[in-house]
Design a binder for this molecule. Structure first.
Ligand SMILES: [Zn+2]
Length: 192
């Protein structure tokens, strides 16, 4: 989540450079909202089932890249191309973030394929079997396999084991967040 906030800030900065628009509070706020938005399904399941630990049941509708295109187009018509880019880029960064490290990836090719894809690295819990299916740095999981994978290869205590321990993934998340905030404040100094 901290990395998502950082990525939202980065999306706003990139948008302001590319479209030569002011790096306004609204732009930064919009970037952060839209990088967090896809996890609204996790929030819904948290409220309903009082748990957010079942990873494969989350990452539903707002995590399908092609389903997001009509939203970006609608925003382009309503608010202009730089807002459409910000929304599209923020959502893309969220999905990219979800495709590396934890969870079982994203349905990048939906509706053409229901398979989930994850890239480069997946957190490997201790004392568990090696997560199968990696080819050329890409994991590909069938939707029907997710419950089995979660049961046999997942870590029920992933929140604790990743975020509350000295772990490369949590360090990377933290660095993205801090780096983005420092970048943002350095730019505000230039504008001021
Ligand atoms: Zn997500």
């Amino acid at each position: 989540m901290f990395a998502d906030i950082g990525l939202g800030i980065i999306a706003a900065i990139v948008t302001s450079f590319l479209f030569e628009v002011d790096l306004s509070n609204g732009l930064v706020f919009g970037g952060v909202i839209f990088t967090l938005l896809p996890d609204i399904d996790a929030l819904a399941s948290l409220l309903k089932k009082k748990t957010f630990l079942i990873l494969h049941e989350h990452r539903q509708f707002p995590h399908k890249p092609l389903a997001m295109i009509p939203l970006a187009v609608a925003i382009a018509f309503l608010f202009g191309p730089h807002w459409a880019f910000l929304v599209g880029f923020s959502l893309f960064l969220h999905l990219l973030h979800d495709s590396i490290g934890i969870g079982w990836g994203v349905q990048w090719l939906w509706p053409f394929s229901k398979d989930y894809f994850s890239f480069f690295y997946l957190f490997q819990p201790k004392n568990r079997l090696t997560i199968p299916g990696k080819k050329f740095g890409i994991y590909r999981f069938k939707e029907s396999e997710l419950a089995y994978l979660e049961e046999n290869f997942g870590d029920p205590n992933w929140v604790k084991n990743i975020y509350f321990k000295f772990h490369p993934y949590s360090i990377a998340e933290f660095l993205i967040f801090v780096g983005a905030v420092i970048w943002l404040f350095s730019l505000f100094r230039i504008y001021a």
